[in-house]
Ligand binder design. Structure first.
Ligand code: ADP
Ligand code: MG
Length: 353
């Protein structure tokens, strides 16, 4: 092997850095939708519209009525490791927003033709116009004043146009749209107070009006057949330091099971997560109530002080690390078992020894 660089270390150019980061977080169009929806939630939007063309490969447009960005921040928003959400290492110990890495927009912009229009809600800018930025594969070519409504509109055109290897792995548009719809559902279930719209190729797929009622949102999304089979559950636990851990939500009646675990949703402080241990606890709670190979449906919400969990363990933040996972396991198991006992499912439950 002939070394062409003489093996000297060089700092990578920002474009390359962003593309590497994109490789970790942006696997497919649905990943873009997830990141952009999370940003809109963090911007305290009450209404978000998602427009998709060709499974998100041609276009992903997310429009929100959130607080918008300061015009001077627009360029920073597509710069990596730039965020308005945390300032210090200390903040990292108690992340309360969906985002905090400041990498998503920089990553997405580096692998697409990207456009933001934004206008700040507040008067801190002293301006009544918005600002627009466009970038092509991370090269910013437009950054100018524009007229636009309050909030933010982000368009991602031709995702992966400059990363052919990644583009090759995309599935057909209907499959990619299915993944987008899954991401949309997670945000929709975690935020019933948000008015959400999803369109594909100009056709309305979902319009979910804001509701204070979690069950109502579930019904809208999954239909009344499932909604009628849900049992409400709730419990509170207290840590040694006196902090409250709240678990609540809805789980399926044993007569309403599934062949897969697909409809088991778990949210932690408004964020959809996956957790093997808690998934196991759920299965244990139904032991003796379901046939082998059948799984319950569940919509469970955990609320606990942010410093009791580390969300900074996985690039997409779907996996987290709980300070005391075992207590949570027991809380979930006992909450469900107590409920089932009170509903007289006990004759079928085999109490674990
Ligand atoms: P992060 O969410 O981790 O901060 P992002 O790259 O996703 O990083 O976004 C960078 C910054 O751009 C955010 O910190 C926020 O200040 C701003 N931003 C992104 N999307 C929006 C939006 N929809 N509304 C308002 N500000 C936004
Ligand atoms: Mg973000």
């Amino acid at each position: 092997r002939i070394s062409t660089t003489m093996s000297r270390i060089q700092q990578l150019d920002p474009h390359v850095i962003n593309r590497i980061a994109a490789g970790e977080v942006i696997e497919r169009p649905a990943s873009v939708v997830k990141e952009l929806l999370e940003n809109s939630v963090d911007a305290l939007a009450t209404r978000i519209e998602v427009d998709i063309s060709t499974g998100g490969i041609d276009l992903i447009r997310i429009s929100d009525n959130g607080e918008g960005m300061h015009p001077d921040d627009l360029l920073l928003s597509v710069t990596s490791h730039a965020t308005s959400k945390i300032r210090s290492d200390e903040d990292l110990q108690k992340v309360a927003t969906m985002g905090f890495r400041g990498e998503a927009l920089a990553s997405i912009a580096s692998i697409s033709r990207f456009r933001i229009r934004t206008r700040r809600l507040g008067l801190d800018t002293g301006l009544d116009t918005g600002r627009e930025l466009q970038a092509d594969g991370g090269d910013v070519n437009i950054n100018r004043e524009c007229g636009c409504p309050q909030g933010t509109v982000i368009e991602v055109h031709n995702l992966f146009f400059n990363t052919p290897a990644r583009r090759k792995f995309l599935k057909k548009p209907s499959t990619e749209f299915g993944r987008i719809s899954e991401q949309f559902s997670k945000i929709a279930l975690a935020n019933p107070n948000l008015h959400l719209v999803l369109r594909h190729n100009d056709k309305l797929v979902y319009e979910l009006p804001a509701t204070p009622n979690q069950l109502e949102r579930i019904r809208r999304f999954f239909g009344s057949d499932l909604g009628d089979k849900l049992i409400p559950v709730e419990s509170k636990a207290t840590t040694e330091a006196g902090e409250e851990i709240r678990l609540w939500g809805f789980v399926g009646d044993p007569s309403f099971s599934r062949g897969t675990r697909k409809d088991q949703y778990l949210f932690l402080n408004g964020r959809h997560i996956q957790d093997r241990s808690l998934q196991h606890a759920l299965g244990e709670a139904y032991r003796g109530l379901l046939m082998v190979g059948r799984h319950p449906v569940s919509f469970l919400f955990l609320e606990l002080p942010p410093h009791l969990v580390d969300v900074n363990v996985h690039p997409t933040k779907t996996e987290v690390r709980f300070q005391d996972g075992q207590s949570l396991y027991r809380q979930l198991l006992h909450t469900l078992r107590d409920k089932f006992l009170s509903l007289n499912f006990q004759s079928e439950i085999q109490v674990p020894t």
